[in-house]
Design a protein. Sequence first.
Length: 354
Amino acid sequence: MKQILYYRTPDSTRKGKSINLCTEVPTRRAPFYILPGEQMSYVKIISLPPVPKKKLYDMVRFQVQTIYPGTSTESCFDYIPYKGRKEWQIVLYFLKKNSITDICRDRKCRGIVLPLQLVPKKALLAVSSLVVVYPDMAEVWELKRGTPRNVKRFTREDFQHSDAPYSGKRIIISQGSEKSVTAFLKKGDIHITFRETVRSISFKRKYFPEFKRERRDGLTPVLSITAFSLSLFLLVHMLTDFTNIQKKVNGNDDAVKSRQQQIDTLEKTLRERDKHKPVNVYTVLYLLRKTIDHHTTIASFTFSGQEISLSCSSKHALETVKRIKNEFSTVHISGITPSSDGTEHYTVKLEIKR
């Protein structure tokens, strides 16, 4: 079955107007993807240190609170990572839930597509910019070795030919062969339509999984009952074997004691290992970010083992200290020293439990 790409533009209603970007495909009964625009999304490119990929989520989550003020009930985020030689380039997307939740509930919705998914990564390596022309806006991505370095958004009224980078090879994606788009095409440019991208690319990577619609099927209950019956049979079989083993074990107390000693040794080793498990410093920084208000300045930050030391200055030191004590278990405060500018200087030591 043919698939289509939907785009939402604002109108007089709160929900907005849905536009089929694949105009030559009939919309009736066709499954579709959502391409979020400026009305329902916010995009930003950030750089992060070259940490292991599994630690990226914690670092991005810490950055989110400083970039976008929305709460988790109002918005959600996802990101596309690009590994560089000395850093990670992160394309960070925020979605407004009230703009997209109703659309994703449709049984024909197959998920959310980000514009960088419309072009294969190999194709991005060969160009210096990607221009996506939507019905109501345009998006210009500057690329270096296939990695996004900058992105700008323009309304269709404000978008000029000079806004699209002229130097280097470009990919331009638009709806059909619009005159306003073909007017600034130059030799070497690659011009494709949204329909061509949907037909040529399989969107294997699913972003914003919380909007994924779970499909019901009749096979799962049958498999569940079969699995339960098989598990019950295996359980009875194991209990029978366990009884036979127990009888053999009871005849050899020395072997049982030896095995018990081995178990005790292993459990002790596990407890010792847990004691030396490192603290997740990104989680601690995230909690501090939520706890300390905007009138508090951190002059220095020291992290050693299980202890964090902060040198702070605040207008209301006692209120800040109270919030820190409510969040962390063990807190030590040094003397609070007033300053001539009305602030109070003090040192906070936090003992962090693993």
